[in-house]
Design a binder for this molecule. Sequence first.
Ligand code: PBG
Length: 333
Amino acid sequence: MNSLLLTRRSRRNRRNQKIRDLIEETVLRAEDLIQPLFVVDGRGAPEPVESMPDVFRYSVNDLAKRCEEVAAVGIPAVAVFPKLDSELKDPTGSHALDEDALLYRAIRAVKQAVPELLVITDVALDPYTSHGHDGVLTDDGASVDNDESVALLARLAVLEAAAGADWVAPSDMMDGRVGVIREELDRAGFIDTGILAYSAKFASAYYGPFREAVGSLQAAGTAHLDKRSYQLNPANRREAILDALLDEDEGADVMMVKPAGPYLDVIRELREQTLLPVAAYQVSGEYAQIHAAARLGWLDLQKTRDESLLAIKRAGADMILSYFAEAVARDSQ
Ligand code: PBG
């Protein structure tokens, strides 16, 4: 046999499964995952979201039952998103301030059914506004008014906390919102309610299916909602880190990068720039593209799903929001 004289043979460490297990660097656990769920008013059957296979909008009752199932497979947290009837929407998202609005009823129902399951809720106006933006518009309608929006968002956060949310998650990308939300939560006595800030949130085309799910596109009557005056430019990593670190200064408990898969470099960089926990959101479009390719027979759903999540963890995320969360946890039992 004519062997090469090699000092290093990397393949020795990949020889069999036992060795591969011992040298494995990253492990994805059910405990790292957060399941996003959609809720809708009424008592109807779960409504499928067309561009997101296996994802449904649930009535409040069904949502509570779903949460029991999610908790039973070891997922520690859910993120709940409401889809509102269009007649409840207006330019200022005023329905968000009604303490009997769908989201607050949903939070109460979930906390009652599964008290130990952590509930995370978006702080943003997009489910409530007729134009689909995350805040209120300036008088001339040309832009989203930062400071007016922040004042409203802080009231929303307090209502979410009062309903029982464990973490409020400002997803609006307004300036200064984390600090004001912290102040208002503390003033209202919610010192233990955490802030999971969408700190590096990009103006991404990957949110399309989500906007179908919550009806923000239909409300706006447009195929594309332009949020580039507040969400980050996908071209900018430094700007993303700069903006994220402001959230840390303002009191964020966890900082999130979103989307996840196309922004692994941002996750890694934020991991290295902060000592806070880092979250990542594998968004609706990332989920939809894996499903679409699997439907065509072009990708293996389960293997691609698991690899996509492992990559996000390896990049440095401590926790991952993913529509695959429950399925992954179930398959690994
Ligand atoms: C709204 C919000 C969005 C998502 C989470 N919260 C969409 C947006 O900013 O338009 C996207 C989630 C996903 O695509 O899965 N503030």
